[in-house]
Design a protein around this ligand. Structure first.
Ligand SMILES: [Zn+2]
Ligand SMILES: [Zn+2]
Length: 343
């Protein structure tokens, strides 16, 4: 089969002929991939940033966000059958470490990531453990079913505290940010503010349901929020950018007693005015990583299947997977929502 492979420890990737994916353990399933989407992580691996260089061991088939059909099952698989329509949780967890046993599997000590630590789904077939597959509702089309891994991050972040009737600010409108806007809207947020440095992305946020889009290159966010909230601040901040300036702003624009959920990943240590902006304001801070296995997936299925959450506008590009270089260029320029590969 032909797969998108990170062939060497330098920027780029190639379409290569690789050995067909096949089941090697009794708990695995073989999935025929129908759709897969590009994640920021894939772009990091493609561009070979510091994190990738320290973690990925080429050659490695890339990709971790997919939807497809089960075409073969291992002898120990009991919950899935040939013909089932599945997506995958990209974090393969061990099931036996302390966190796994305490139902904190999203922070498993032995997490392996599809397409990073093991061969991924940018190929016509992928092998995954039954425990990492999620059976989809047939009502969700493949180009939407494949984006549930990042959508799950947004669901996890938005629902990490009260959301009904709350004002929400989403800082950073990459795909997970715009998903977070959609989830907040679907789950009963009152006013939703979206911020970014690119108008293209703010337009996507508007399509997903934000009320105010603020380009922080052209506007003073603190002033704008003070103006829109009568100086009270915002109830819930979902920080998706990882930019130091945005994390600092998150603490400032949050109302006293409010919540800041941090998901964006800073590349360097961030200095915070903790006394005035956080402690004396009694903020609740939570740190969001991955998805709760599998509570987040269950909530997401309900939101998608009910039609309350429409993420269609977030899928801005669809292309055959052999066009991946074009997809990666779109990711580099940031002029895209989700880029979906078809197989
Ligand atoms: Zn991803
Ligand atoms: Zn574990």
């Amino acid at each position: 089969m032909k797969a998108i492979v990170k062939t060497s420890a330098e920027p780029g990737a190639e379409i290569c002929e690789v050995v067909d994916a096949r089941i090697t353990r009794p708990d695995q399933i073989l999935v025929k991939v129908i759709a897969a989407s590009i994640c920021g992580t894939d772009y990091h691996v493609y561009s070979w940033d510091r994190w990738s260089a320290g973690r990925v061991k080429p050659p490695r088939i890339m990709g971790h966000e997919f939807a497809g059909e089960v075409v073969e099952i291992g002898s120990d698989v009991t919950g899935l059958a040939v013909g089932d329509y599945v997506s995958g949780e990209s974090h393969w967890v061990c099931g036996h470490c302390r966190q796994c046993r305490m139902n904190d599997r999203h922070v498993c000590a032995n997490t392996r990531i599809l397409g990073v630590d093991v061969d991924g789904c940018f190929a016509p077939y992928v092998v995954v453990p039954e425990a990492s597959a999620w059976k989809n509702s047939r009502s969700i089309p493949p180009h939407l079913a494949c984006i549930q891994d990042p959508l799950g991050n947004a669901v996890h972040a938005a629902l990490a505290g009260e959301i009904i009737g709350c004002s929400v600010a989403v800082l950073g409108c990459g795909p997970i940010g715009i998903f977070a806007v959609g989830v907040a809207r679907a789950c009963g947020a009152s006013t939703i503010f979206a911020t970014d440095t690119q108008d293209y992305r703010l337009d996507l946020a508007r399509k997903l349901g934000s009320d105010y889009e603020i380009n922080v290159l052209h506007h003073d966010l603190d002033k704008k929020i003070a103006e829109y909230t009568n100086g009270e601040g915002v109830d819930v901040i979902l920080e998706m950018s990882g930019a130091a300036s945005a994390i600092q702003q998150a603490m400032r624009i949050c109302r006293p007693g409010g919540r800041v959920s941090l998901m964006g990943i800073p590349t360097h240590p961030v200095e915070l005015e903790m006394a005035e902006d956080m402690i004396f304001k009694g903020l609740t801070i939570n740190c969001i990583v991955g998805r709760k296995l599998y509570e987040t997936w269950d909530t997401m299925r309900a939101l998608l299947a009910s039609g309350r959450l429409n993420v269609e506008p977030a899928i801005t590009h669809r292309m055959h997977y052999t066009d991946f270089n074009r997809g990666m260029e779109l990711m580099r320029d940031g002029r895209c929502g989700k880029v979906v590969f078809e197989f």
